[in-house]
Design a protein around this ligand. Structure first.
Ligand code: ITT
Length: 195
């Protein structure tokens, strides 16, 4: 029989993407499937804390094994900002153009362009907490390049590549991204439980 597990996100694309990777031993259940429509609180100030806060909330409220993620961009010369504030760096949530403009402004004249994208996934499995981290290191350009992807992708060139994330196809980015690296670890862990 399929094992049901909730992915605590409102983002249907993320659910579909991970369901395809997991295969049919697991049946992913979304927040919508559980009848949950409110935004989950993310108030801890860290990726680890926020993903755990979301996963534990759903586990405790609905009694279903659950995982949640939190991601963002950490820029060395800005002491790790925008970090957990990545989605609403310039104010309004997910205004990608404004966020990119503010990032460029805050890095103007800065030679240190090192940055990393990071994802933390927290899984609550039968009440026990497991965490999986994915990191991709790179540099921030001085102007945007490319139109694929979302968020800070047009400004981020991963180490060892010439293209920005926004110049890569979805398939290329999904092989090396922070989210992909964390998801791969989650999948290995879950598939071990199913054996
Ligand atoms: P949720 O509904 O799942 O929370 P989200 O868009 O807020 O979706 P994340 O929490 O994964 O997604 O990421 C927070 C922000 O970090 C996101 O809005 C972007 O600004 C940035 N970010 C995360 N992953 C990124 C990526 O792969 N490429 C570009 N920007 C990214």
């Amino acid at each position: 029989m399929n094992m049901k597990i909730c992915f605590a996100t409102q983002n249907v694309n993320k659910v579909n993407e991970i369901q395809a990777l997991l295969g049919n031993q697991f049946e992913l259940v979304s927040l919508t499937d559980l009848g949950h429509t409110e935004e989950l609180a993310e108030t801890t100030g860290t990726f680890e804390g926020n993903s755990q806060q979301k996963a534990l909330f759903v586990y405790q409220k609905y009694g279903i094994n659950c995982f949640a993620d939190d991601s963002g961009l950490e820029v060395a010369a800005l002491n790790g900002e925008p970090g957990v504030n990545s989605a609403f760096y310039a104010g309004e949530a997910k205004n990608y153009a404004a966020n990119n403009a503010l990032l460029l402004k805050n890095l103007a004249g800065q030679n240190n362009r090192h940055a990393q994208f990071r994802t933390c996934i927290t899984l609550v499995w039968n009440g026990e907490v497991q965490q999986f981290n994915g990191i991709v290191k790179g540099t921030i350009l001085t102007e945007q390049r490319g139109t694929n992807g979302f968020g800070y992708d047009p400004l981020f060139v991963p180490n060892g590549y010439e293209k920005t994330f926004a110049e890569m196809s979805k398939e290329e980015k999904n092989k090396i991204s922070h989210r992909a690296l964390a998801v791969q670890q989650l999948i290995v862990w879950l598939q071990q439980q199913a054996q």
